[in-house]
Design a protein around this ligand. Sequence first.
Ligand code: 4AD
Ligand code: MG
Length: 440
Amino acid sequence: MSTVQCQAPRVTIREIGNYVDQEVCLLGWLYNKRSSGKLHFLQVRDGTETIQCVMFKGDFSEEVFKQADTVPQESTIQIIGTVKRDERSPLGYEIAVKHFELLNEAQEYPITPKEHGTAFLMDHRHLWLRSSRQHAIMQIRSQIIQAVRNYFDQNGFTLVDAPIFTPNACEGTTNLFETEYFEEKAYLTQSGQLYMEAAAAAFGKAYCFGPTFRAEKSKTRRHLTEFWMVEPEVAFNNLDDNIDLAEDFVVYIVQHVLQTCRRQLDVLERDISKLENIQKPFPRITYDEALQILKEKGTPEQQVPWGEDFGGDEETVISQQFDRPVFIHRYPAQCKAFYMKADPENPKVALNVDMIAPEGYGEVIGGGQREDNLDILTHKIQEHQLPMEAFDWYLDLRRYGTFVHSGFGLGIERTVAWICGLHHVRETIPFPRLMGRLRP
Ligand code: 4AD
Ligand code: MG
């Protein structure tokens, strides 16, 4: 398979606007087509975008014109032609084809433009990624991650990578993935937080960004077994400072996507006005105030007794009262992790915070102020029946210059689901890992 040599510059569709009325060479795949006797309209994608390429019968030999009409979907093709403005197309341009070359004829492609079931599409995820909606989602995901990195890199944070193999649990022992580690057991990390606390003492402001793992046995639309989390941790930040940071960060991410991903949001038919609303300040309510909302607006099943955490349905009811994300702080200490600092004014509640996205997208951020007292933390580890020896290094952070500090974790996939307006997190990550799904 070799391409035709030509004088025209090889360009990507994304940059095609720079070549109006000029001849260009495009390499890509046939996405879709329609014909009307004398004209073929080929939708060609090259990975950056999709563009309509128009072939007039009179410009080609009978053989080539016929070939272009029968080329299977996803065949590899080369197009040489002139870029024209086309106000009716979403891209704003089309190509008047001068030369059409079939580089590789694809076999019958399983994903046709008709509707397919989700299980079928998930089984063909490696091909489904080429479809326009999935393509738009992955580009938005990529920009969200770029915004995450920009934000911390530009605000004095040091990137400190946390390990994947860990000797201990961070977020409870019920959903750990266990693995052999030579003569001992290790667990896939649930969170880099404990390491970021060490990093905060070493660097002041630190963050990690990487995959995290939880053996979630429930099949919900918000849970993956492997997901990506960004976790900042800041020395001398208290709970309020932590909420200020999370708020500023989330506004930055949404604004970045609005600036860089208009086309993709259009493909997804996302209501942009809902995203434009995401401005400071976000409402901040206590757990007790959230319970009151459930009392007034929730169904009888959504009446959570004091002390229990909220589930997805309750979070949806709470989020519906606001037009932007809501911070819920000071949950009962009993339903939160061992490292949370108790509120000195009411030790029954923790100095923690969750951020619930609007429109029912659920908890996107979890974090809080950490217990900094050696004796209390030691006691908490015992109380949670965690193995003390695995946490000895963590207790060192309280032995040698303990300090007020806070941080949070933002889940990338839930953020993508919210910003893109997707019902299920399985479409927010290139190759999702769910209970019962390990391939492709
Ligand atoms: O609330 P979580 O469990 O908090 C922590 O792990 C803290 N140690 C973070 C920290 O303070 N540094 O998880 C944080 C976020 C959630 O709000 C959610 O967005 C995401 O991680 N998350 C999941 N996303 C997809 N699938 C799952 N199974 C998830 N579990 C948590
Ligand atoms: Mg949480």
